[in-house]
Design a protein around this ligand. Structure first.
Ligand code: FAD
Length: 310
């Protein structure tokens, strides 16, 4: 068995693995793929001390560092279930969809999250070429340009307010008849001179010139009119879904499906920790996921050294 078994090999899992392995304890990482969401990122400009890098480079560097410390890396592994210890202090078991199973004194869950897609023509085609999901990451790339935000919930309205301070103009599209965000955010948004809000707007297509986005098409659901706005970028903000379906019934989750963690990254199960985008920790960013992974790993180590001697 492992001392620390990490499930999920993105930035949070990789940081957890490096911290655990450097303690000289048996460390394994089981993941669908190494690098996580970072693989799908074009340019990363906000990882502190790294002026600019790209997703594949960053991901390869993560994996290189994890392997450097002799961590057992198991890819193409999808966890299906976690079996808590029968009594505190016993091993935790993780079962995988391929029928395999691993046991460990502690487990760190770092399975990340995925952005919900709008599923209209152009979205997949222009991902990283005008279609974006993270205003903190990609907002500055659209300085002086016109963009749209799809989604009028808290994340969409926050994104629109954020972007309005950077870009020339923001068009916000909300499917339903009113914005769902908190009133204070809606008032802030409505006070901004360079924002246009369309409610009852059903996005029908993200248009492009073959290499990058050049506009967005939507249907006004009241009048039935088809409209098109010319712009350079579209931020899709209709939800971030944590990859935690397999934990339902075993680990305590928030109503959004996020793993509930305390300040040490502890879950409700003794010996099971969590970090990164899959958890209730706010602001889903690489630097935050990495920091939280390191923290959960140190918390797991703390737990291990307090285990009674057999
Ligand atoms: P993830 O990166 O999501 O990694 C989780 C890993 O777990 C994945 O490899 C996944 O396959 C695996 N996994 C999931 N379920 C299971 C399971 N059941 N069993 C085993 N393995 C599983 N952040 C920035 O700071 N700067 C940026 O510029 C930036 N740009 C972004 C651009 C895009 C297009 C996207 C999608 C995100 C971007 N982000 C950016 C956000 C950043 O990528 C995430 O915050 C970060 O990757 C989260 O790390 P994580 O380790 O928590 O999860």
């Amino acid at each position: 068995p492992y001392d620390v078994l990490i499930v999920g090999g993105g930035p949070s899992g990789s940081a957890a693995a490096v911290y655990a392995a450097r303690k000289g304890i048996r460390t394994g990482i089981a993941t669908e793929r190494m690098g996580g969401q970072v693989n799908d990122t074009m340019s990363i400009e906000n990882y502190i001390s790294v002026l600019e890098t790209d997703g594949p480079k960053f991901s390869a560097a993560l994996e290189g560092q994890v392997r450097h410390y002799g961590v057992d890396v198991m890819t193409q592994q999808t966890a299906a279930q976690i079996i808590p210890p029968a009594t505190p202090g016993e091993l935790v078991e993780v079962r995988f969809t391929n029928g395999g199973s691993l046991k460990s004194a502690t487990v760190i869950l770092s399975t990340g999250a995925r952005w919900r897609n709008v599923n209209v023509p152009g979205e997949q085609e222009y991902k990283n070429a005008g279609v974006a999901y993270c205003p903190h990451c990609d907002g500055p790339l659209y300085k002086g340009k016109r963009v749209a935000v799809i989604g009028g919930g808290n994340s969409g309205v926050e994104a629109a307010i954020d972007l309005a301070g950077i870009v020339e103009h923001v068009t916000l599209l909300e499917f339903s008849s009113q914005l769902k965000a908190d009133a204070v955010l809606v008032h802030k948004l409505e006070s901004l001179p360079n924002v246009t809000i369309h409610t009852n707007a059903q996005t029908t297509e993200i248009t492009g010139d073959g290499s990058k986005v050049n506009g967005i098409a939507f249907k006004d659901r009241l009048s039935g009119e088809d409209r098109h706005v010319t712009l350079a970028g579209v931020f899709v903000q209709i939800g971030l879904v944590p990859n935690t379906e397999f934990l339902k019934g075993s680990v305590e989750l928030s109503r959004f499906g996020e793993i509930i963690v305390d300040a040490h990254g502890r879950t409700n199960i003794p010996g099971v920790f969590a970090a990164g985008d899959a958890t209730t920790t706010p602001f889903k960013q690489i630097v935050i996921a990495a920091g939280e992974g390191a923290k959960a790993s140190l918390a797991a180590f703390d737990y291990l050294i307090r285990m009674p001697v057999a």
